[in-house]
Write a protein that binds this ligand. Structure first.
Ligand SMILES: Nc1ncnc2c1ncn2[C@@H]1O[C@H](COP(=O)(O)OP(=O)(O)O)[C@@H](O)[C@H]1O
Ligand SMILES: [Mg+2]
Length: 262
């Protein structure tokens, strides 16, 4: 009986990658984490790309497909072996908008009743003029909001986080449990005082923050291609094992598995 109840209660965690600022790393981080969790950690998930002005996540899958289509036989063999070992299809990526995202996700799950999903990732548009963005954000379970250690960019990032927090608290209908800020693009030139200041501010405002920080790194450019054996960023492969140490991705994924629960 208990088992049946748990079975019925199983539903995926709705995780958004959001910010009012473009270029902070929402889509890249969502892609890398989705692939790491799906292909390496065997968590079942699908992705809803809501950024109709770019569709970067969806287009990444297209680039991956093209790399395979234009690839040499050895590369095709490598990819075929990968999916034979994995013994499952690649994760689905739906094209949507902030208005339609939740409905599209529900329809998709209704059309795939045999699949039990652990997560749905929503790649959110980074535009202040997207009127449905904040409404969608507060209807997700969690939002991951990347921040760069650049004072200009931090102002816009904090504004979004505070609006989401305030609406999440005040609207009784909202679902959001926590917004987690995530330091991205950290390098040696960063003034540690900026990070310390915002860490304190984030804590004072009762926003969440991941302990894992992501470095600024050229790995983010290592996409799937026939002459590149070390792929970091692909919708078909988990980041290459050699490139994971020092990238912060394994630590971040562990935090997500631990903290983003229902
Ligand atoms: N940690 C990082 N190190 C280096 N480049 C990064 C990092 N994170 C993101 N980028 C780069 O920054 C650019 C913007 O990232 P993107 O994920 O498209 O941002 P957003 O979705 O927030 O607009 C991309 O060219 C991406 O490769
Ligand atoms: Mg994006």
């Amino acid at each position: 009986m208990q088992e049946q109840k748990n079975e019925q209660m199983h539903r995926p965690v709705y995780v958004g990658f959001g910010s009012l600022k473009g270029g902070v790393g929402k889509s890249s981080i969502a892609e890398i984490l989705a692939s790491y969790l799906y292909y390496e950690k065997k968590r079942n998930l699908f992705v809803v790309d809501c950024d109709f002005s770019q569709y970067s996540f969806y287009n990444m899958r297209d680039r991956d497909k093209q790399a395979i289509q234009n690839g040499n036989p050895a590369f095709l063999e490598r990819m075929k072996n990968h999916f034979e070992r994995f013994n499952k299809h690649s994760y689905y990526i739906l094209k949507s908008t902030s208005e339609k995202a939740l409905q599209d996700a529900e329809n998709f799950m209704a059309a795939h009743p045999a699949e039990k999903f652990d997560y749905i990732f929503f790649d959110l548009p980074g535009r202040a003029d997207d009127t449905a963005l904040v409404g969608l954000t507060v209807d997700l379970d969690y939002v991951i909001s990347p921040i760069e250690p650049d004072p200009q960019s931090l102002v816009a990032c904090m504004t979004y986080a505070l609006v989401v927090r305030d609406l999440g608290v005040s609207l009784t209908s909202s679902k959001i449990r926590q917004i987690f800020m995530l330091w991205n693009k950290i390098d040696k030139r960063v003034n540690p005082a900026v990070i310390e200041f915002y860490d304190r501010e984030i804590a004072r405002q009762e926003l969440g923050i991941f302990e894992s920080r992501l470095p600024r790194s050229s790995r983010f450019k290592k996409e799937l291609s026939p002459d590149n054996r070390d792929v970091f960023r692909s919708t078909y492969l988990s980041p290459d094992k050699k490139l994971l140490p020092g990238s912060g991705i394994e630590e971040l994924a562990e935090e997500i598995i631990r903290k983003l629960t229902l």
